[in-house]
Each structure stands twice: as structure tokens, then as C-alpha cells.
Write a protein that binds this ligand. Structure first.
Ligand SMILES: [Zn+2]
Ligand SMILES: [Zn+2]
Length: 445
């Protein structure tokens, strides 16, 4: 086996096959461990209670059902990995000719310093601040030190968006992109782009770990993923978190001085964030079922069309979205182009591209488009913004889809609701707070 495949990465081997391995060099850990008479999984840290006949040891064998999609962890197997050799300085070609705004520059410098000092840093930057560009120089510095670097994000879409942008900046650097649907075979690279879920396979692997969109599902509320962060970095390391809405835990750590934070309250183009407007629309679910919702909604759709803007309409549930789509097809004139999109939609990528190309007047969507996408010249409606799926972070992100481009820096955001929620109010308060901060610092007019 190629040794580099084990650098900072755990592979599963049957116990009977590890006898000949060099125990000095290879770190070996039992897959299923015992603590206070309770069995738990060494990879995902969850309790193990299922015991079934095993195809490896041909006996009854305990195994973990929680992380089985990443390879079966059973009692008769071990996790093996090797520490990567000490970093060697090298030259890395850097192909980026962009210009950073003053605020982006400030973030970029702090990231480089954090990496130099082996320190942790949180970048709290509003939607459309241009976070990705802020990390390029830091990545370049780290790679030239010979460090191994991972850029992780909770969602596949965000990883797929990041990968080509980062590859373009480091055209000669081999990159591996890891996510649940990947068909690419794993190879050792100094630069890794991965979903946070894929971090479960690494151990003491990275000198620098950047986690983008830390506020997103499934990372935010997943303990085993959050604990994993400390396991996948080397002893000396730098953790860089990027978010538009720091969690309460992070805000507390910042206040106590345990976590350094750079806050960037302004977009790269210097325009204020659009503030969501709340509109009460009553029992909209019932109105969809009774086919009575269209009239109200068509007013908004026509409003955007009149202003020659495109429109994204977010809904909390697929089946209601599909009912509404059918009703709109019956009610709207034929020349109005639109579609709906959700996570399991086979034409998802094509539809998002068609929206980017301005081929639709509007697009109905679930929360899959809440982040990681930029459309030019759009307004946004959240239909049923009171639904619990719309957390504060999600609503801030959704509102943040509007006005991202220099040519179209403004637009409208409507939360159409059946009763205001805490999440709606705190999302609006957060946005107002960021604008006020930017104004105070003289960053917007
Ligand atoms: Zn497990
Ligand atoms: Zn077994």
C-alpha cells in the first residue's frame, strides 16, 4: 500500500491483518472501544449496541450503525493511520490578480497572522462580504510553509462552488474534493476541500483547517462533527472559521477573549444589506390547499417583473411548493417563465443555471438555495417564514441573496408569514445591527 494514503487519514483493517505492520510508525486504534462498560465507536463517538454475524471475522461482532456509510467499523477491525512527515517549505504558484476591498484586506491580513501564530480565528463577515477571496493569501502562505490545508464546508454545494475557485488560484496544486457523492479515488494532497462530514475520516491531519459557513446545517447542531475538529488538526494548528452569523457559543467565547474575531459588517461593494420586510398573509398553507393563495402572490411576482427584476421564492415544504407551482401554471400567462427546485430534483443543476442565465422570471425553491449561490438582479420572498426550518442563520443567508452584485447592489426581501417568530425578528435585528455598525465605521454612506 502507498504509505501517503495513511497520512493523517484513518483506514479500517481487520485485526488479523495488522500483525506485520510497523507499530512504531503506524498508529493503530480499535474501531470499537469500551469505556465504563459501554461500547462506542472510535470514529463517530456514538454508542454501539448492534451485534450481528460479521463477514470479516465470521462470528457475531459488534459494529457501529451510525457512520456505516463511511465504511463498517466493527469489533474485529482497527483504524490505522500515519503522522505526515514534518512540513518542508516550498514554492507554490499563486494565480490571483483580484483586488481586495479595504475590509477584505483587513480580514486577509488577520488570517495570515493567525496561521503564522498557529492561532484560531473567527471571521464574522456579512453575506456578500467576499469571504472566499479573504482566505486566498492565507492559503498561499500556509502551502508555501509546507503545511497541509483543508477547506471544509457543511454543504456539498458550497464545496462544489469553492473547488474551481480555489483551483484557479493554485493552478499547479493537486486538490482532492471529498463529499458523499464523490467518485474520485482518494489520494494524498496538501490541499483538501471537503464536506465537514468527510472530516470523520481524518486524524491529526491538518496544520490549517478553514471551515466555511460554520453556521450551516448539519455542522451547527452536530456534536460529533464539532468534536471532530479538534481531532483532525495537528497538535500545532490554526483553525479559521467563516460565518455570517456567529453562534451564541462563539459570541460568548469572543466576549471572554477565548476566540479572536474579525467582524466585517459591509459587503465588498460598499452598499448596505437589504432589510427584510414582514408581511402577514394568514393561513397560507390552508390557502394553497383551497387554491386561494395565488392572487396575493401574483401581486408580488408582477411587482418584480415590472421592475425588471428576477425573483426567488423560498418555501419550507416540497409538497406545498409543488401544489403552488401547479396553481401558478394555471393562473399565470404562458409567457411567464418559472420552475421549482429541491434537493432531490434531477434537473437541479440545470434549473439553477437557467436562473443564473436569467431564463426564468422567478424560481420556487426549498432551503437548498439559502446559501452558496449568487444570482444577479433579484428580489426574494420567504413564503411561510414562520416555519421552524427557517432559523435565524438561514433567514440571514436567504436575505443575503439579494443585491450581491456590483451592478445590482439593491433589491427587496419579503418575509410573508402567519405569525412572527423569534428567528425572523433576530434575523432582521442582526441585519440592522450590521448596517448600523458599517455606518458608524464610515464604511457605507
Ligand atoms: Zn461510528
Ligand atoms: Zn467482525
Amino acid at each position: 500500500m502507498n504509505e501517503t494514503l495513511l497520512y493523517g487519514r484513518e483506514i479500517i483493517l481487520p485485526k488479523r491483518e495488522i500483525a506485520h505492520l510497523d507499530k512504531e510508525k503506524i498508529r493503530i486504534n480499535e474501531c470499537i472501544q469500551q469505556k465504563n462498560k459501554i461500547l462506542y465507536c472510535a470514529r463517530c463517538n456514538q454508542k454501539v449496541s448492534v451485534c450481528l454475524p460479521c463477514e470479516i471475522c465470521e462470528k457475531n461482532c459488534f459494529y457501529c450503525t451510525h457512520c456505516i456509510d463511511m465504511g463498517k467499523m466493527c469489533e474485529c477491525c482497527c483504524l490505522c493511520s500515519i503522522n505526515e512527515p514534518f512540513p518542508q517549505k516550498r514554492t507554490v504558484h499563486f494565480e490571483w490578480r483580484g483586488v481586495l476591498s479595504n475590509e477584505q484586506e483587513r480580514g486577509s491580513i488577520q488570517i495570515i497572522q493567525a496561521i503564522q501564530n498557529r492561532a484560531n480565528l473567527l471571521i464574522s463577515a456579512v453575506t456578500g462580504a467576499g469571504k472566499t477571496e479573504m482566505i486566498f493569501k492565507g492559503l498561499h502562505y500556509a502551502l508555501e510553509q509546507g503545511y497541509r490545508v483543508c477547506v471544509a464546508a457543511p454543504r456539498i454545494d458550497v464545496c462544489l462552488e469553492l473547488a474551481p475557485r480555489i483551483q484557479a488560484v493554485f493552478p499547479n496544486e493537486p486538490i482532492i474534493v471529498l463529499h458523499g457523492n464523490t467518485t474520485e479515488k482518494y489520494k494524498y494532497t496538501k490541499l483538501v476541500i471537503a464536506t465537514t462530514h468527510q472530516l470523520l475520516k481524518f486524524k491529526e491531519a491538518f496544520d490549517v483547517l478553514v471551515i466555511d459557513e460554520v453556521d450551516a446545517f448539519p455542522f451547527q447542531h452536530n456534536d460529533s462533527l464539532q468534536k471532530r475538529v479538534d481531532i483532525v488538526v495537528k497538535q500545532e494548528h490554526s483553525l479559521i472559521f467563516l460565518t455570517a452569523t456567529p453562534s451564541l457559543e462563539q459570541q460568548r467565547a469572543i466576549k471572554k477573549g477565548e476566540l479572536n474575531c474579525v467582524d466585517i459588517p459591509v459587503r465588498y461593494h460598499g452598499f448596505a444589506l437589504p432589510i427584510p420586510k414582514f408581511v402577514y398573509i394568514g393561513d397560507w398553507k390552508n390557502n394553497i390547499t383551497k387554491k386561494q393563495l395565488c392572487t396575493k402572490l401574483i401581486k408580488y411576482i408582477n411587482g418584480s417583473i415590472k421592475k425588471q427584476r428576477k425573483l426567488l421564492i423560498f418555501l419550507p415544504h416540497i409538497h406545498l411548493m409543488q401544489q403552488l407551482e401547479q396553481q401558478l401554471r394555471q393562473r399565470l400567462p404562458k409567457h411567464i417563465q418559472f420552475a421549482s427546485v429541491h434537493a432531490q430534483d434531477n434537473e437541479r443543476l440545470e434549473k439553477v443555471q437557467a436562473m443564473r442565465n436569467q431564463n426564468y422570471h422567478f424560481l420556487l425553491t426549498t432551503t437548498i438555495l439559502e446559501r452558496g449561490v449568487t444570482f444577479s438582479n433579484i428580489d426574494v420572498i420567504v413564503l411561510g417564514s414562520e416555519d421552524r426550518i427557517f432559523s435565524t442563520a438561514a433567514l440571514v443567508q436567504i436575505a443575503g441573496r439579494v443585491g450581491r452584485k456590483c451592478d445590482y447592489p439593491t433589491g427587496d426581501v419579503w418575509f410573508l408569514h402567519y405569525g412572527k417568530t423569534k428567528a425572523m425578528i433576530s434575523a432582521r435585528n442582526w441585519i440592522v445591527k450590521m448596517n448600523t455598525l458599517a455606518l458608524k465605521r464610515g464604511l457605507i454612506q
